[in-house]
Write a protein that binds this ligand. Structure first.
Ligand code: BEZ
Length: 219
């Protein structure tokens, strides 16, 4: 294997705009199929391993915010190479130690077949302790955003919710979410693609950078 192959970044196999590859698998909530989640938003995310410190904090944080994801009609689905019985034992420990029940499914992927299809592990890797990827999948099954964190840095639940809010808001009102946008804040108007409008605009920026009237969070 050469250096370039060894460093193939996770998520590289899929791009924003792709249809999320379908799969069926065993999970902590029974047998599930990705396509069965069509019609609502879904965040599919991988974690390096059960019974690890950062992953445990992520699951406590996400399960504690389950109602916030539900309010946005967004399901959560986790995935790792650990066995179903490892997932069960970990969830039991989380419930007993932290008082939080993880009710969203955790998929077992012992052969890495799903992780590889999603680019969560590189094709050359034989172990899964690599990265934390998250795929934001819309109700049509299209990947709309993805993130990739290393094993030693946990994801931010508020940022996952904010990303979801922004994706839903741009769908509702056709605006653009500026840096640090949060629900309730103004969105931007898509830029003009007509030279006449550019010359007719009130000043040198308003043709490409202006607030979209009335476009906030769309709810
Ligand atoms: C963690 O979640 O803490 C972790 C997972 C894999 C490697 C290192 C840390």
């Amino acid at each position: 294997m050469d250096q370039a192959e060894a460093r193939t970044p996770p998520c590289a196999g899929l791009r924003i705009g792709d249809i999320a590859p379908d799969f069926s698998a065993r999970s902590t909530t029974g047998d599930i199929r990705l396509a069965d989640f069509r019609g609502r938003w879904l965040i599919l995310f991988s974690h390096p391993a059960d019974f690890t410190p950062v992953c445990t904090t992520e699951f406590v944080a996400l399960a504690s915010e389950a109602a916030a994801f539900e309010a946005r009609d967004c399901a959560l689905m986790a995935l790792s190479v650990d066995s179903l019985f490892s997932h069960f034992a970990w969830l039991r420990m989380i419930r007993d130690r932290f008082g939080v029940e993880v009710r969203f499914p955790i998929v077992e992927d012992p052969t890495l077949v799903i992780g590889r299809a999603f680019g969560m592990v590189s094709a050359q890797d034989n172990d899964s302790a690599t990265v934390r990827t998250s795929f934001f999948i819309d109700p049509a099954g299209v990947i709309r955003a993805m993130s990739c964190y290393p094993a030693n840095v946990g994801r931010s639940t508020p940022e996952m919710l904010r990303t979801l809010d922004a994706l839903q808001a741009v769908d509702w009102n056709g605006g653009l979410a500026p840096a640090n946008w949060a629900p309730g804040q103004a969105m931007l108007k898509p830029p003009s693609n007509s030279l006449d409008e550019v010359y007719a605009s009130a000043d040198e920026t308003s043709w490409f950078l202006s607030e979209q009237v009335g476009a906030r969070d769309g709810r």
